[in-house]
Ligand binder design. Sequence first.
Ligand code: FCB
Length: 446
Amino acid sequence: MIRAEDFPAGFVWGASTASYQIEGAHDVDGRGPSIWDAFSAEPGRVKNGDTGNIACDHYHRYREDVALMRTANFSAYRFSVSWSRVLPEGRGAANAAGLDFYDRLTDELLAQGIEPWLCLYHWDLPLALHEAGLGWTSREIVPLFADYAGLLAQLLGDRVARWATFNEPNMFTMLGHGAGVHAPGLRGRETWLDAVHHVNLAHGAAVRRLRAELPAGSLIGSVPNLQPAVPATDSGADREAAARMDAVMNRATADPVFLGKYDPLTREWMGDRIRPGDEEAIYAPLDWLGLNHYSPQYASAHPNSWGFRMADPPEGAETTLMGWHVKPEAFRDVLIETSERYRLPVYVTENGMADDGEPDAAGEVNDAGRIHYLERYLGAVLDARAGGADVRGYLVWSMLDNFEWAMGYGPRFGIVHVDYQTLRRTPKASYHWLAALAGGSAVSGP
Ligand code: FCB
């Protein structure tokens, strides 16, 4: 049983979303296409041919969505900006109407007493950059990302106090530039490593630009997804495989950003991609760390160029609709380890589970499975705090059911159900449960 009073005063409650997953309005008010528009339009890339063209139509319904955040007693909301909505070509002339959307969203959040937490990049690169050869595999993207950060800092720096550069740099570099199952669909070891290093450099450049543009006291961070790499069996080969998975999946994008240097294995893989001065350019002191976590990941030895491959969770393990292992102890451990290793205040910026629940005859969505999940994962947050982790908030993934990337609209992660035909929002049982919890604790701290 989780109670509001188990959490300290000032513990932040909220929800996260991402632009492409909820906004829709893909061709409205001068928005340029992103790599996800192109990718989802390609047959066979996304389940059922789903696209983010309409999604939750949050672009037009943001007021209703913010009102739902307020009645959930949330004090923070993490959203991402669609780069191609504000800079249709990714660089050059800004789109005033696109900027205006984020301006209005910010004002609406503040008017409802909710802190806007702005994430610069949640995977929707402007297509124009990709087509010009200026995507993440090109080092030339680094100053362009910093310019984009500067533009938003100038617009919103007076009202947005908390900023993040990247959402899950490890995941989008791997899925989109290594495995080829996310936009822009690149496959291979070299493009993956290129993307990792350039994303890291872009992070450093953006942090410096944000510091230069934002008022003193603004809080700048980044949002890694850290999932413990567990050997599939006890064999020495699988243990070695897990160490390799940990290096490339967890450390490669987090260590340089939070500690200022690559771990030895990643450095070896990177080779001469790392030029003199690069690690200094990547590292810039941060104020906070947003941790996304869903489950542990399993590794087994494999004679591919990485020396490992992903393995299934153990026989009989409890899994969600995504096939992800439900294991709150792994969450507790990763919170403690992250807090100790990177020495920053930690906010959980994503955690949650997918189901396929629809409203019942009474129009209610009784997602008891999600409540059970949240209860156990919030228990893990409390255990981590008791174990010394400096965890200061919890933002559930996600506010709304939304476009789950290559899986389309099948998996529903929201605490609010979205009917994709009518776009009607229905708060689920988990929404009411979280609202009660959030309502019992004091307002957000720094
Ligand atoms: C994370 C992503 C988020 C969503 C959840 C389920 O990896 O950051 O956009 O897809 O997983």
